[in-house]
Ligand binder design. Structure first.
Ligand code: PLP
Length: 390
């Protein structure tokens, strides 16, 4: 073959830094992983039972492209109850294959080639490549430990050009656990209204906030509902990663545009997962609350432990990640992570996997048991002492 069979914009995308790292992890035995961003809980029993029962009743076909009407009604009620935003189940809710598919649909529905998409960084590994795959231009807005990794309105405004079209938000944030105060969020909303930006808000961690923080979505702020696509799912709060189920809520013309891509590419989300999601929304909130309490205890431990080791760690108020500063070790973030893995068999993710502004940090996920976390932190302590001793 004389020409490359792979399209240029796909060729140009680097492989995920996390994936490369975990290919090394998979070749090793006995690794303690603070790496993968996945709940260590199994999906609550009654949710699994609802999935099995739906199979037993022979529910094995396609659903409406938008998703089961009863699920869309439940989603609409849930979003109104928890986020204070009303969406019509018939035309403003689309059930997707995880938030992942919903992000892709939203970007492809919104972007013309060359449109600029802003996002705060460090951020979830898929944002930058998803923008590029949709022929957009990714524009990172750095966030800083000194601000608790919140997005600053002045930093955002400084990167806006006439081609800026979309802003992607994810609070609480993967990988930093950052949350935004109401005033900070309002300042961002003001920039969006002034510059006519459309917002994609990825709310996947919004149930996981601590210290009594009440999460607010930008969609609920004045003048924002009409310019926001609200994305949410079941993977994190309900420990349902393998069900691959999520949803998007937005004004009807935007859902209609996303729907065109979804119906030709995917048809509909799997019916068994939709039935499970319905059970999660109807009866799963106490389970989600119990998991959140457990995560909060682990967070308190891991933040103190990193600080005691001399690796400064801000106390995140959301998600299930900490993002300690590993610069006191004198190592770069990939060196720190690789050596820690090889020398102590502890996996953390180099901050650079989440964009260049993640250099100097690593991500540690505390969605693993407290005894494992304690063992990992002992080993990290030993590693830091050995590095310091040269
Ligand atoms: N968005 C963020 C910020 C995530 O961290 C993840 C998974 O880690 C996803 C989306 C993907 O979610 P889903 O499992 O619903 O596709």
């Amino acid at each position: 073959m004389t020409r490359s069979p792979v399209a240029r914009h796909v060729r140009d995308i680097p492989r995920s830094g996390i994936r490369d790292f975990f290919e090394v992890v998979q070749t090793m035995q006995g690794v303690i992983s603070l790496g993968i961003g996945e709940p260590d809980f199994v999906t609550p029993w009654h949710i699994r039972e609802a999935a099995m029962y739906s199979l037993e009743r022979g529910k094995t076909g396609y659903t409406s492209n938008l998703g089961l009407p009863k699920l869309r009604e439940e989603i609409s009620r849930y979003v109104a109850r928890h986020f204070g935003v009303e969406y019509a189940p018939g035309s403003e809710v689309l059930v997707s294959v995880g938030v992942s598919e919903a992000i892709d649909l939203a970007l492809r529905a919104l972007i013309d080639p060359g449109d600029e998409v802003l996002y705060h960084e460090p951020c979830y590994v898929s944002y930058c490549p998803s923008i590029a795959l949709a022929h957009g231009v990714p524009v990172a807005v750095p966030t800083h430990a000194a601000d608790g990794f919140a997005l600053r309105a002045d930093e955002l405004a400084a990167r806006i050009t006439p081609r800026s079209k979309v802003l992607m938000l994810n609070f609480p944030t993967n990988p930093t656990g950052a949350t935004m105060t109401a005033a900070e969020l309002e300042a961002i909303a003001e920039v969006c209204r002034r510059h006519d930006l459309i917002v994609l808000t990825d709310e996947i961690y919004s149930e996981l906030t601590y210290e009594g923080v009440r999460h607010r979505s930008i969609a609920s702020l004045p003048g924002m509902r009409e310019r926001t696509i609200f994305l949410h799912g079941f993977s994190k709060a309900f420990a349902m990663t393998g069900f691959r189920i999520g949803y998007a809520c937005a004004p009807a013309p935007l859902i209609d545009a996303m729907m065109k891509i979804h119906q030709y590419g995917i048809l509909c989300a799997p019916i068994t997962s939709q039935e499970a999601a319905l059970a999660a929304l109807r009866n799963g909130e106490p389970d989600a609350a119990a998991m959140r309490r457990e995560y909060e205890g682990r967070r308190n431990f891991i933040v103190s432990a990193f600080n005691e080791l001399g690796l400064p760690c801000h106390k995140p108020r959301g998600a299930f990640y900490v993002f300690p500063d590993i610069r006191p070790s004198g190592l770069s973030s990939p060196e720190f992570s690789l050596r820690l893995l090889r020398e102590k068999k502890v996996a953390v993710v180099p901050g650079t996997a989440f964009g260049p502004s993640g250099e100097g940090y690593v991500r540690a996920c505390y969605a693993t048991s407290l005894p494992q976390i304690k063992m990992a932190l002992d080993l990290i302590g030993g590693f830091c002492r050995e590095v310091a001793a040269g």
